[in-house]
Design a binder for this molecule. Structure first.
Ligand code: 5GP
Length: 200
């Protein structure tokens, strides 16, 4: 039997019996995925965010085990060799990956798991989990994206340039996804993501 959980005044997500569902949220760095994810998690406690592993250094305020598991390159490579990552990719000079075990356990238990990952990882997930719901977040424009990357003042000029180059590549692949959502207005974007989850 399928249970329908009321979770938001306008939108409900079905919590199916086993297995759970994977939701992949992708979009260029700086597009606002993190803020959208926080809003979604607040509104939908039944969504479980996967905490990624990365070799990137923590930014100010980032907490080990909350924002990421920060590891060395050799630790990351060991995790790849041991098959501990569901997907992984190199992005702007660092490794990022999704720990396999928690995702498998949660989906086995009928839970919805949210992955906030870049394009290569999203493609790998599509191979392994063709049923995963894939949502691509677009910026209103590349100029706007550049402004957002600069205004958060978290990355060096070189890192910003790398992220912008990659952004264009990612945007070119947006049509591969089940849903493309423009983050021009925050509330509207959250509502559209909810509608996509509801449609799933
Ligand atoms: P940031 O360094 O800004 O936190 O993340 C850079 C990019 O890596 C973002 O596009 C983010 O979505 C992506 N990312 C974060 N975690 C993972 C992961 O586990 N796997 C993959 N493939 N990408 C990730």
């Amino acid at each position: 039997m399928t249970q329908v959980l009321p979770i938001h005044s306008s939108v409900m997500i079905k919590e199916c019996q086993q297995p759970g569902r994977l939701v992949v949220l992708t979009g260029p760095s700086g597009v606002g995925k993190g803020t959208l994810v926080r809003a979604l998690l607040q509104r939908h406690p039944e969504l479980n965010l996967s905490i990624s592993v990365t070799t990137r250094s923590p930014r100010p305020g980032e907490v080990q085990g909350k924002h990421y598991y920060f590891v060395s390159r050799s630790q990351f490579e060991q995790m790849i060799a041991q098959g501990k990552l569901l997907e992984w990719a190199e992005f702007a000079g660092n490794y990022y990956g999704t720990p396999r075990e928690p995702v498998e356990e949660q989906t086995r238990n009928g839970k919805w798991v949210l992955l906030e990952i870049e394009l290569e990882g999203a493609r790998q997930v599509h191979q392994t989990y063709p049923d995963a719901l894939r949502i691509f977040i677009l910026p209103p424009s590349l100029t706007e994206l550049e402004q957002r990357l600069r205004s958060r003042a978290q990355d060096s000029e070189e890192a910003i340039a790398r992220r912008l180059r990659r952004a264009q590549e990612e945007i070119n692949a947006a049509s591969e996804f089940d849903f493309e959502i423009i983050n021009d207005n925050f509330e509207t974007a959250v509502n559209r993501i909810e509608a996509a989850l509801f449609a799933a």
